[in-house]
Design a protein around this ligand. Structure first.
Ligand code: NAD
Length: 339
């Protein structure tokens, strides 16, 4: 039997997760919740999705000739899991409703960690989410950090991590966000929240991150420095990265910018030019004894999509082992097979 999934909030993350659910052999997308009949509603209509809304907003949809299947309560009656992809801090306001229907929920990284029993990353702590009612898939930057930390931890104990994050200012559709000039310290007094968020998943890791916001919509770029307990070789580091799911190595001689990377993803038929992997520039990997440095890109709109799919499998116990869930998710989304 398939797990029945609803998606509340059909924006940047919600529409991608909804589409990814439709590709899973063990899941069924029952419908999505939209509060407003905006242009993103048109994409749901054209894709033939069932649209639900709040009772008080039904008339607005009818006025624009958009068919509504029911209220959010109707959707909750028909699903096993709700993926909440509403804007940051809005998800928490829905938790009582999900609880009142005894429905499991997957929240996003814009929520406080307290909204869920577990902050989640498939590679790091899949097992902790097994059978839970509420999990939070950590943000795009934190997901990117955790995957690389997981890969490097395969080489031995990490003594500390220091990171610098260049954050994209906005997503492509965010017409009211900036900056369009200038680079902003975020925050002016470090550490940035990303390191603290990593610690919601790996509690005892010594990590500090600095961040700035840069005028781009394409991707974040992180540079990390690891101090390990033992000296490692350059080849060992490259092997660890290459053999970790959802990490792609690219040659900086061929591809040296996030612009070329996103364009290549479009050229090669990735939907919306989405990149689910951390893309590490292999030339950036620098090893000096027990010290490792590297730089990689994170496509903010896409990186958490596979994690949401794995979170659904973990809480519903569709798969008991991370590797089994990751294998299905990655095969269905074509992860690491397009380059
Ligand atoms: P978004 O604004 O693109 O989409 C949010 C959707 O929720 C929109 O369809 C909006 O109409 C709808 N919505 C607004 N208020 C609502 C309400 N009260 N009830 C139901 N729906 C409502 O936001 P997003 O970028 O998709 O972010 C969603 C979550 O994912 C946030 O927690 C965010 O922090 C997290 N996240 C975002 C990104 C990113 O780069 N955009 C990356 C990783 C995680």
């Amino acid at each position: 039997m398939k797990v029945r999934v609803g998606v509340n909030g059909y924006g940047t993350i919600g529409k991608r997760v909804a589409w990814a659910v439709t590709l899973q052999p063990d899941m069924e997308l029952v419908g999505i919740v939209k509060t407003k009949p905006n242009w993103e509603t048109l994409s749901a209509v054209k894709r033939g999705l069932r649209i639900y809304t709040l009772k008080e907003n039904m008339r607005e949809f009818h006025a624009r000739g958009i068919e509504i299947h029911g209220t959010i309560e109707d959707l909750l009656n028909s699903v096993d899991v709700m993926v909440d992809a509403t804007p940051g801090d809005v998800g928490a306001t829905y938790k009582k409703l999900y609880e009142s229907f005894s429905r499991k929920a997957v929240f996003q990284g814009g929520e406080e960690p307290e909204v869920a029993e577990v902050s989640f990353n498939a590679l790091v702590n899949y097992g902790e989410a097994l059978g839970k009612n509420y999990v939070r898939v950590v943000s795009c930057n934190t997901t990117g950090l955790l995957r690389i930390i997981h890969a490097i931890s395969r080489l031995g104990r990490i003594k500390r991590v220091r990171g610098f994050i260049a954050r994209r200012a906005a997503d492509l559709k965010e017409i009211k966000k900036g900056p369009i000039e200038g680079i902003i310290l975020d925050p002016s007094k470090p550490p940035s929240h990303h390191a603290l968020d990593v610690n919601t998943v790996i509690k005892d890791l010594d990590i500090i991150t600095y961040a700035v916001v840069v005028p781009t919509t394409l991707a974040h770029v992180h540079t990390l420095q690891f101090m390990l307990e033992r000296a490692v070789s350059h080849d060992e580091v490259l092997d660890a990265l290459a053999n970790t799911p959802r990490i792609l190595l690219v040659d900086g001689g061929l591809l040296k910018s996030t612009a070329e990377l996103r364009e290549l993803a479009r050229d090669l038929g990735r939907p919306q030019g989405d990149i689910y992997e951390n893309v590490v520039w292999s030339d950036s990997v620098l090893v000096r004894g027990d010290e490792v440095m590297l730089t990689y890109a994170v496509h903010q709109e896409a990186i958490v999509v596979p994690e949401n799919i794995d979170a659904i499998r973990a809480i519903t116990r569709l798969k008991e082992r991370a590797e089994d869930s990751i294998k299905i998710t990655d095969e269905t989304l074509g992860i690491k097979r397009w380059l």
